[in-house]
Design a protein around this ligand. Structure first.
Ligand code: PMP
Length: 437
């Protein structure tokens, strides 16, 4: 009775169909910190939907904004035209970005924002007469969505290996020089600069004049909540500056308060040249992504020689009125409830809660920053991911939604979470680890 009988199948992302077959899970409503299931259960959401519902579910300002917009202007062609809310939104957004990141390109997802940023980087160099700069550099264990550019620069080998040739000229920075010393492990060890020097290796290998951009997540989410060692992002910035390479931060997860600041760039005090976001921009309510660009990048397109400025790129739904309205309602909600910095005020409480899981069976590492935490379990021999997935299923049965990536449990609750709710999440995860892991 859970899925309608018949020939049609909803093709779920990734391998979810198989997991779904074993244990069907449906949600049919949501409010605040909770999802509701069709059979009337309430499930506490410890992952903000999918790292996106930062203000919690069903927030009145956002719902009303979407409803009003749908009745007023349902669509506006984005080519050679605009509509007032897109301009208003751009204006409001850049008040949250580090100074200088003042130009906004709208897309419809994180993956599209990433593709857009990569293309802007290449087109920028060309517009400046440096068309030889075409190489892109990502990071081992980076995640940048599922389109071809994103999986090429991404460091999840499993996501690209079945597709053959990728975007040409891509390299990946090493995740660690010493597997015994996980550079991204707890406590942010102080050798970040040393690790970032791996970029110099690639510069020496290829010559800086061929490298367009480096893209990293300031804190990697989907590959297991990996907080960089101290100084890592700062040193990447220095090396990029030295060699005329653009630095791109993929802030699809880290944007909009996740790390206790509007963006990770603010938190780390490092300003990239291009910055992507999505998810929290509309509180997950309407699909939207965006790329922020430094003024100089935008100016290159506005003032460079016409014949070099070929950047035919844009989506039918770029700056969609419903998404813009949802985003404006979202920003109002964040501002009224001071949510974009709540994660820094409550970070000690969150950190203490997550680290209280230390010492449980199979827990081998715990990582956190702001309002995101990762609890890494030792994989079952020959069954990677299965141990954490058992914990996921058990938590779901107990009425708590968590997320697992590999054998890491990720906690990334809506920023409105109360202490007692967080404690319930932690208690449920702890019980599940004891019971089924
Ligand atoms: N970049 C990062 C850092 C992400 O975490 C994600 C999604 N988890 C994406 C890109 C892709 O976003 P989307 O799923 O909206 O395409």
């Amino acid at each position: 009775a859970i899925t309608p009988a018949g020939k049609a199948a909803y093709w779920m992302p990734f391998t979810a169909n198989r997991q779904f077959k074993e244990a069907p899970r449906l949600v049919s409503g949501a409010d605040g910190m909770f999802f509701r299931t069709p059979d009337g259960r309430e499930v506490l959401d410890s992952i903000a939907g999918l790292w996106c519902v930062n203000a919690g579910h069903n927030r009145p300002r956002i719902v009303e904004a979407i409803q009003r917009q749908a009745a007023e202007l349902d669509f506006a062609p984005p080519f050679n035209m605009g509509h007032p809310k897109a301009f208003e939104l751009a204006e409001r957004l850049v008040q949250l970005t580090p100074p200088g990141l003042d130009k906004v390109f709208f897309a419809n997802s994180g993956s599209e924002a990433v593709e857009s940023a990569l293309k802007i980087a290449l087109a920028y160099h060309r517009a400046r007469g440096e068309g030889t700069r075409t190489r892109l550099i990502g990071r081992e264990r980076g995640y940048h969505g599922v389109n071809f550019g994103g999986i090429s620069v991404g460091g999840m080998v499993g996501n690209r290996k079945v597709f053959g040739a990728m975007v040409a000229g891509v390299d990946h920075l090493r995740h660690t020089h010493d597997p015994a010393r996980n550079a991204y492990s707890v406590g942010q060890p102080a050798h970040g600069a040393e690790l970032a020097d791996d970029l110099e290796r690639l510069v020496a290998l290829h010559d800086a004049s061929t490298i367009a951009a480096v893209i990293v997540e300031p804190v990697a989410g989907s590959t297991g909540v990996l907080v960089p060692p101290q100084g890592y992002l700062q040193r990447l910035r220095e090396i990029c500056d030295r060699h005329g390479i653009l630095l791109i931060f993929d802030e699809v997860i880290t944007g909009f308060g996740r790390l206790g600041a509007p963006f990770a760039a603010t938190r780390f005090g490092v300003t990239p040249d291009l910055m992507t976001c999505a998810k929290g921009i509309t509180n997950g309510c309407v699909p939207m992504g965006a790329v922020f660009a430094r003024d100089a990048i935008y100016e290159a397109f506005m003032t460079g020689p016409e014949h070099l400025i070929e950047f035919p790129h844009g989506y039918t739904y770029s700056g969609h009125p419903l998404a813009c309205a949802a985003a404006l309602g979202t920003l109002d909600t964040y501002a009224e409830e001071d949510l974009l910095t709540r994660g820094s005020r409550l970070e000690p409480m969150f950190a203490q809660a997550v680290h209280s899981l230390r010492g449980l069976p199979h827990v081998i590492d715990i990582r956190n920053l702001g309002f995101v935490g990762g609890i890494e379990l030792e994989p079952r021999p020959g069954e990677p991911g299965k141990r954490a997935f058992s914990v996921f299923l058990d938590c779901w049965e107990q009425g708590v939604l968590i997320r697992t990536t590999g054998d890491t449990i990720a906690l990334s609750p809506p920023l409105i979470i109360e202490e007692a709710q967080l404690q319930r999440v932690i208690d449920t995860v702890a019980a599940a680890i004891r019971r089924v892991a």
